[in-house]
Design a protein around this ligand. Structure first.
Ligand code: 5AD
Ligand code: SF4
Length: 460
């Protein structure tokens, strides 16, 4: 069958979609980029903000219209919304045939087969308070450990999941409810997966987890912490770059920064969402750190890894956020010198602590203004950050053609086209070069910069 898949949300979801795609191909299906011609339409969904969910509801509406007009298509909702809404989905949205939560994805081929025979199905993961069957837990890892490393061959980059779930219960966040409790994978499984990917030609590995730096695995009386995992993987032959996302500030020990300093292929890049610069809001968010602790982490990072590149996330308009609280977030951005920040307007998620206890009392208008204000400050700081690289030589991994060159294909030839690349600090670099550099490493000299992009020339 021809299968279309659309992916929303975080790196976890991107990896899940990649693994699901491989699984479906191995089951004899073929992928298509067009919804209309597909026999099966899958959405790998995100619940983190209401906006992401609304997008899927409107897709399901359009699917229902096509189905009513006689188009026979199987429609499946995968991922976080599948877990959050479960059987409500087919009840409320007539187009939905399949619902498959994140921990059940390995069963997708059988679900599709059953749906083709007219039997829809809803598969959700155990709720947080239900006991988890160790056998089922093991099956959750099947998708990862049986992945086909040669899929997408030629590409240099790959994601590897080191942990699942989250135990933090930040008061705004749906993740602990939809992705379940925190479970770290065994280091030997991660090692084997990375080796497999390297043998298939990948050279940049990104370790992913909801709070990746909280990784901790104990077996046979031995505990492996995140910095131990970095030390275990770093010496592997062919591993040019080792990255990780996303980190929780409260679990960011100096041992991780020291590993970053001492291990040459561990990229000097950290994504540590601050969420707010105000102690009152951090407390209401249940983040587990104070503003002073966050400042200390940034200072330690810059001291131990002088070339470290830091990225953050912020939520504006959290319940009770005053203009002073908001100003503290702006000041935090200035003080920390982030490369970039992702800024989100607070959105109530059903069942979270904030939803139960705190009224969503900041108007949409104020949220919008605060969002724009933080972005404006970040733009200024990001500009200064990127400008500081002008004149420097940097090693980059070329990831593809730049989007701008897609729009102006005329001057592009195999010898010269606009290429897009990434530095070890995850800066976007645009430069002119030959097509055969794609998926290769090269050195460029930075000639110009704006708030988000470095512009460069290929070194002779
Ligand atoms: N409303 C707005 N933003 C949120 N995030 C998480 N939950 C919410 C919410 N309820 C943001 C946080 C997190 C990022 C992935 O999404 O900033 O770091
Ligand atoms: Fe969205 Fe969180 Fe699910 Fe990722 S884990 S898809 S960010 S709700």
């Amino acid at each position: 069958m021809k299968i279309f898949i659309e992916t929303l949300g975080c790196q976890m979801n991107r990896l899940d979609s990649e693994l699901v795609t491989e699984l479906l191909r191995m089951a004899g299906h073929e992928m298509t980029a067009e919804v209309k011609s597909a026999d099966v339409v899958l959405y790998n969904t995100c619940s983190v903000r209401e906006h992401a969910e609304q997008k899927i509801f409107s897709r399901l509406g359009a699917d229902a219209v096509r189905k009513r007009a006689g188009r026979r298509q199987i429609v499946g909702v995968l991922g976080c919304m599948a877990q959050r809404l479960g059987k409500e989905l087919p009840q409320k949205y007539e187009a939905v045939d399949i619902v498959c939560a994140p921990g059940q994805l390995f069963r997708l081929p059988e679900l599709i087969e059953a749906a083709a025979e007219g039997t829809g199905a809803v598969l959700v993961d155990p709720a947080r308070n239900e006991t988890r069957d160790p056998q089922a837990e093991h099956r959750m890892d099947i998708l990862d450990s049986t992945r086909n490393p040669a899929a997408c061959s030629g590409e240099a980059q790959a994601f590897v999941r080191v942990m699942r779930g989250c135990n933090n219960f930040c008061s705004y966040c749906i993740v602990p409810f939809v992705r379940g409790p925190e479970r770290s994978r065994a280091p030997e499984d991660i090692l084997a997966e990375v080796k497999k990917l390297l043998a298939a030609g990948r050279s940049e590995i990104t370790l992913i987890g909801q709070t990746v730096n909280s990784y901790e695995h104990t077996a046979g009386g031995r505990t492996t912490r995140f910095s131990d995992l970095l030390k275990l993987l770093s010496p592997l032959q062919g591993l040019r770059r080792l990255r990780f996302v996303t980190s929780h500030p409260k679990d960011f020990g100096l041992d991780i920064l020291e590993a970053m300093r001492d291990l040459p292929n561990v990229c000097p890049y950290i994504h540590v969402p601050a969420q707010s610069g105000s102690d009152a809001i951090l407390k209401a968010m249940n983040r587990g750190y104070t503003r002073a602790c966050y400042d200390e982490l940034i200072d330690a990072a810059r001291q131990i890894v002088p070339d470290v590149v830091i990225v953050s996330d912020f939520i504006v308009g959290f319940p009770g956020e005053t203009e002073e609280d908001h100003a503290a977030s702006a000041e935090l951005i200035r003080r920390s010198g982030f490369k970039n920040s992702f800024v989100f307007k607070y959105s109530t998620r059903p069942g979270t602590l904030a939803d139960k206890k705190l009224p969503d009392d900041i108007s949409e208008e104020i949220k919008k203004r605060r969002n724009n204000e933080l972005l404006a400050v970040q733009k200024e700081i990001g500009f200064a950050h990127h400008q500081s690289y002008i004149g420097k030589a940097m090693e980059v991994l070329v990831t593809g053609r730049s989007r701008r060159s897609d729009k102006q294909p005329a001057p592009a030839t195999a010898q010269a086209m606009q290429l897009m690349a990434r530095t070890t600090g995850d800066h976007i670099v645009v430069f002119t070069g030959p097509e055969n550099l794609i998926d290769q490493y090269t050195t460029v000299t930075i000639t110009d910069a704006n708030d988000l992009t470095l512009f460069a020339e290929l070194q002779e």
